[in-house]
Design a protein around this ligand. Structure first.
Ligand code: NI
Length: 212
């Protein structure tokens, strides 16, 4: 009787060896990817592959009820923030912070324009965004538009926004929205973001960069 142990390995064993080697190769590739992939930069929007995709031409409605075109922004750096006038904390906090940062920059109210775009155009009429923008005692450009226009501008800036039913809220809903501020230079080119959790010195440095 032939001794199978000394001849070629059985087909099942060879298949197992192939599987083990394949798994080892996959693990090695995964490890190489983990080690070699570029580390994300702080303040960089990680959901967007390149900064080139942020911003772009848009038309909204100003507090005076007239169309507001992004073409009106060229020549001056600006900070753009999305929110809604019924927002209890994030929006007023962020706008007050931007106003204070601009003051600390010491180049006047004209150095960086602050844009507030509502993600709640159903409630935030031109008059409502205008009144809200005035609460901060510094020039803030309040903008609204049709639902489609607002959706487009939020998408262009990679800002998440969604209507959320909430029984206790006025009109039975609230808005979820991204709280990142995006900064553009005088040529309308995206430069950096300011995250809510980011410290003031870093945020101020970024404002200096767009006004340089
Ligand atoms: Ni808000």
């Amino acid at each position: 009787m032939a001794d199978t142990a000394t001849s070629a390995p059985p087909a099942g064993w060879r298949r197992l060896r192939l599987i083990v080697w394949t798994l080892a190769a996959v693990a090695a590739l995964l490890l190489a990817w983990l080690v070699l992939r570029p580390a994300p930069q702080p303040g960089q929007l990680q959901s967007t592959p390149t900064s080139v995709t942020l911003g772009g031409p848009f038309t909204l409605t100003g507090a005076d009820g007239r169309p507001f075109s992004s073409a009106q922004l060229t020549g001056k750096p600006y900070a753009i923030f999305f929110g809604f006038t019924h927002c209890p904390d994030v929006c007023p906090t962020t706008l007050a912070r931007l106003a204070s940062l601009r003051q600390r920059l010491g180049q006047g109210d004209d150095a960086v324009r602050i844009l507030f775009v509502t993600v709640d155009p159903e409630r935030d009429t031109p008059e409502a965004v205008g009144k809200y923008a005035k609460l901060f005692n510094t020039p803030i450009i309040g903008l609204t538009g049709s639902r489609a226009q607002v959706d487009q501008v939020a998408r262009q800036h990679a800002i998440y926004q969604a209507k959320v039913p909430e029984a206790e809220a006025p009109d039975g809903y609230t808005m979820d929205h991204g709280a990142t501020v995006l900064l553009f230079d005088r040529a309308g080119k995206f430069v950096a973001t300011i995250a809510p959790e980011e410290g003031d010195p870093a945020a101020l440095d970024k404002l200096k960069r767009i006004t340089a």
